[in-house]
Design a protein around this ligand. Sequence first.
Ligand SMILES: Nc1ncnc2c1ncn2[C@@H]1O[C@H](COP(=O)(O)OP(=O)(O)OP(=O)(O)O)[C@@H](O)[C@H]1O
Ligand SMILES: [Mg+2]
Length: 504
Amino acid sequence: MAPPPSVGKKKNVEDEEWSHGYRPRRDAVRLITKPGEFLVRATDMYPSADIVISAMDDNRKMVNITLKSDAEGWFLGPANERKTPRKFPTIVDLVDHYRAKGLSRTLKLTQMAIRPTWMIKHENVIYEQKDQLGSGNFCTAYKGKYTLKDGKTIDVAVKISLVAQAAAGLESEEAKESRMAMLREAQIMSFYTHENITQFYGIACDHQPLLVLMEFCAGGDLLTHLLKHGKNTDEKEKMVYLYEASLGMFFLHKKQCVHRDLAARNCLISNQGVIKIADFGLSKGIDSSDNKKEDDGSSKNKNGSNAQVPVRWMAPETLLKDAQGGPAYSRASDIWAFGVMTYEVFSNGIKPWPEDPVKYVATQIRKGNMPKLPESTPSKIVGLVSEMWAMDPNKRPVMRQIAKEFNTMLKNSTSSSSGSTYGPKEMTLNKINGVSRTAFFVSGVVGGVGHRRFLLIVVLCSCSDSMFNKVETSGGGPKLRRTQGSKGGKRGSSLRESKNSVDK
Ligand SMILES: Nc1ncnc2c1ncn2[C@@H]1O[C@H](COP(=O)(O)OP(=O)(O)OP(=O)(O)O)[C@@H](O)[C@H]1O
Ligand SMILES: [Mg+2]
């Protein structure tokens, strides 16, 4: 077991671009592709981590050398042990030395694999307990500050995994797997940029607590807004919420990302009053393969804690008792959840079957007995939701169609010929502290690639149909990966329908 690498000393390993912090071996294998390329990584969180140099030798063989330390300094571990190993005051000194000299005749450290920007350092993040934003199925969220490389500071939401927190210091396999999964997801999320999804900034994973940094949305979550202002919100404004959410989901589905926890609580309202999909990817970071499924569709995790899935938002095929390999999540099950979210929006934040136990709810869903939407829901939307709630996943519309439908409905109902005018002033979104929306209809352009960012402000919608012309060929389609790079449609067991999350 090695002590923290030169933390607090003159040369801090975390400042080096070749230092990747906690990073599993398989990541190193993927990142290092040529002889001479190298990185330094920790096999776990400090202080229980080994520090390893991963490099490729001239024969293209991957070599992992564990560093050791004693009172006299750092030196190369057993595989390279000499009678009297050369010792260095810091890891940085050691690496500098072998970069100049090479580790052996065939093993040189000539080119560093650079630490990605999404691997954030804890020292650049500040948050305080008093700034807690809330707590959900997987995380506790805080408002915090993040200092960027150029010294600029931005507001962020800092999320701390509850499993990682609970397991801090215990070295449980579940905690390790959870961190690995979060890292995998983080890598993927870092490539996602769209006006209607919350921007992911990165993960601080060098030591506990593991911090996930996201764009801070001053307007909070859509559920809270609906509960507070839903009654005074015009149906067209509600359609705007759903339209913008559908654009975010359309983008995620195009990226092969299945959300699996789509609900009004996971839609956030930005400072500009734009609806953004949150918690894609993150929630799947906590996954366990041997969770036992209960009759009511909930599941218990290895620790036997009452980890339950958010049954009310789940599609019937994801609630099958004997589903092999876990619930069958897919883009089509997200569409089902979008239907439930539409219900939430038009019932001003009331979830379906608000008073009933999950066992009853799961049975109703399996039978396809879904609740009626409130009388005030526009009939077109009632029709659309009934399509989203088709028992056969393949018969459900795809996100592109849903976005297009909302776009058309908004276009028709806000056109000058409809005789009514709608402006941002009337929007209840503008009643939220810290939110300022300047147009009734703001939409992110769909169809572009993840790295580009557009903001199209359209008063009285002028989006063309071509926005929706790409991707998605069938409702259910093939079973998708959870997100790119992570296998299976299995939902994490740690989903809970707990008092402070799903039931809130
Ligand atoms: N990026 C953010 N900006 C502003 N507030 C946020 C942000 N992320 C989360 N919050 C707030 O913190 C609360 C808790 O978030 P969290 O995602 O942990 O739980 P949840 O959304 O209620 O449940 P779930 O586990 O299904 O995501 C949210 O309800 C929201 O009000
Ligand atoms: Mg959430």
